[in-house]
Unconditional design. Sequence first.
Length: 253
Amino acid sequence: MATPTLSLAGRTALITGASSGIGRSIALAFAQAGAAVVVNHLERAQQAEELVHELHHLGAPAWCFEADVRSAAEVARLATNVMQSCGPVDLLVNNAGIIQEKPFLETTEDDWDQMLSTDLKSVFLMCRAFLPAMVAKQQGVIINIASDLGILGRAEFAPYCAAKAGVIGLTRSLAREFAPHIRVNAIAPGPVATSMVSLAAMSQQAIDKELDIPQHRIAEPEEIAATALFLASDLSRFYCGQVLGPNGGSVMP
Ligand SMILES: NC(=O)c1ccc[n+]([C@@H]2O[C@H](COP(=O)([O-])OP(=O)(O)OC[C@H]3O[C@@H](n4cnc5c(N)ncnc54)[C@H](O)[C@@H]3O)[C@@H](O)[C@H]2O)c1
């Protein structure tokens, strides 16, 4: 058996919510490893086009497509457009997400629906739309971005934690259903320096909470992209239904 490598040459990756933060870093890491990259975004055309330009600069074929991953119709349209313009997707990263901090007793039905549709239903819709081509090719990799909070829970983040715990359950179920040819794994990062967790915009109390982990710092998006690159590559070919935790020690299973 050949020794596996980190190369993604010859593969096409689609990353949701890739115009910023962790998704953007994953797009760049995959392009550097030789993948063609499809950038999905919502209402961030300029950032998505700038990223595509950067990916081309790295020598990678790259495209961007706007789609709201909460919507079955938009996801179906995305799948058709991507298949027509870029061919079948080998690597799917379900990264798009939102977060909301609110006391549980003030949480509305709409808050719950927004969170669950963006952070969990989207993963169901994307997997349902892109798995058939992977099944036809008898190969594929899906990486779902969960969160350490989906394991730990956190006061005043109940819908987010519930959605991310759901992502982990969905990951394990799909991993079992589509093995051995399609590998489905999750990443559950700790705090990462993106617009979602901006220390500059936080109270000292909130910063202390984020930094209350053994490594006492928050991650850079590139550190999460490194885990995604590993999971996308053949180096992780015996990983199935796993939840990897680049989290500075917040969770020690
Ligand atoms: N930053 C952290 O500390 C942290 C920790 C653990 C997990 N995560 C997860 O990482 C993922 C990326 O978050 P980030 O930190 O890079 O923040 P981010 O806000 O930079 O990225 C989220 C992206 O998702 C996109 N998005 C939101 N709703 C969408 C929709 N309906 N359709 C398509 N795109 C949509 C946004 O436009 C944005 O580009 C999220 O799933 C988040 O929950 C983040």
